[in-house]
Design a protein around this ligand. Sequence first.
Ligand code: DGJ
Length: 553
Amino acid sequence: MSRIVWLLLPAVVAMVTGCSRDAVKPAAQAAAMAAAPIPSIVSKDGRYALMVDGAPFLMLGAQVNNSSNYPAALPKVWPAITMLHANTVEVPVAWEQIEPVEGHFDFSFVDTLLKQAREHNVRLTLLWFGTWKNTGPSYTPEWVKLNNDRFPRLTDAKGERSYALSPLYPATLEADTKAFVALMTHLKAVDAQRTVILVQVENETGTYNSVRDYSPVAEKLFQGPVPDVLVTALHKKPGTWRDVFGADADEFFHAWSIATFVGKVAAAGKQAYPLPMYVNAALRDPLKPQSPFNYASGGPTDNVLDIWKVAAPAISVAAPDLYNRSSDQVMAQIARYHRPDNALLDVEIGNDLQYARYFFAILGNQGIGFGPFGMDFTGYSNYPLGPKKMDASIVQRFAANYELVGPMAREWAKLSFDGKVHGVAELDDRQPQTIDLARWTAKIAYGEWQFGFSSWTWVGKIDKPDDGGVPDGGVLIADLGPDEYLVAGRNARVQFELADKKSTAKPMLVRVEEGHYDHGRWVFERVWNGDQTDYGLNFTRLPQVLRVRVGTY
Ligand code: DGJ
């Protein structure tokens, strides 16, 4: 391909250079790299797209274990990523690792990671483990964690020193910001290919066992007025934190303090290199009241997202970390985090078998990314959050989702941005569900074989499909045109019915094509008919994608 064509097609070039670097001449590659647009998160009518190489991108992610951020661990990471068919790997970059001595930076791991990610044709989401990692400062360098005078820990309500660093001290903010800016500056210099598409700022901020900092410095601020910008944004009357927020004042003050800190770190990093940035949340129970003393108070939990949005505008998304297998919990969290002002982004979900189905609920709710946690073969399992043993069988469960959607990920991301997608995950009650498609209703059933109906009695006893008792179904549907849908699924049956129950017309499948997308073009493989459609459209864990036309007679 000539250099002129490369220059005319920057987005395509960027994709190709990411995919087969060796085939590209260095000069053309350099030109293409220079042209690759910086990833961004854009919104339209309350919907979101993660733009990579100039087009909506669906992050089919995998988060590695916490201590897999060293070159020695990477050989045990890549086989899991390849088996998973992930297009993005989420990897920590620790403050202690890049700035072990104050002012002396070491980006050797970052460079190794970038090189190997490119060789494995995947993008990266980098996780900045700085002042907060699961609320504590364990990933800060020794010169931070051993110096309480310079980097004060917060004081709890009993006057005792907490494990967590206080968000209120300029020295901590300055030091964290300096390191993060150094990281972003380095990325800008070494990643013209845009291998890194997203950056997480800190990890699960907040504080356990203390709702806020109660030190004298904190008390003075707490007794002062709520900042105007927050009062105005939340349509409140001015006053002290207690006046304005009553019983919630302590938690909201802490959320404001942490979000302001994180927002400043992110803004400074973005000034160096404006990649899209997000935060992840250690969640509170969405279904029953809980004291903030018992969850990560001040982190981006659902009840303080409005505060985070005002305090940290450089943060594009607050992402829920999903570690409760219960479908009631997961669906409630999805509802809390999928908001007109917040894209649904799942960067961390448990990797036990029960979690694989939630891919369909996330994508059905216009999710821009999905990422099971602990996806490497370093021999670690985080049971009881994840499985008792992490092995290939776990990876394969999740791989089926990515094999299904991977080839059409770009198309799906665009349909999602255009508001044309639907999807459900099988719930714990395993009962049928419906998807409203205006003129049509898609009826989704689980626990059926591909053939026949479980209600048949004339054949005698019918075995149930052996699914190990783990709900594992899900369906995705996208509107393609009048009476035409893209349909894909996993362990589920889809039947189309007319929404108007009074209609005398009868529904029928006019044509069901199995095929796949190839660079945006639908490639027909075969027509499903007869047994394959007489009992609805039945999906197993095979990567089968259908274009379905429905009509009436
Ligand atoms: C959530 C955190 O964000 C992860 O880094 C990890 O610690 C998991 N919890 C537990 O494995």
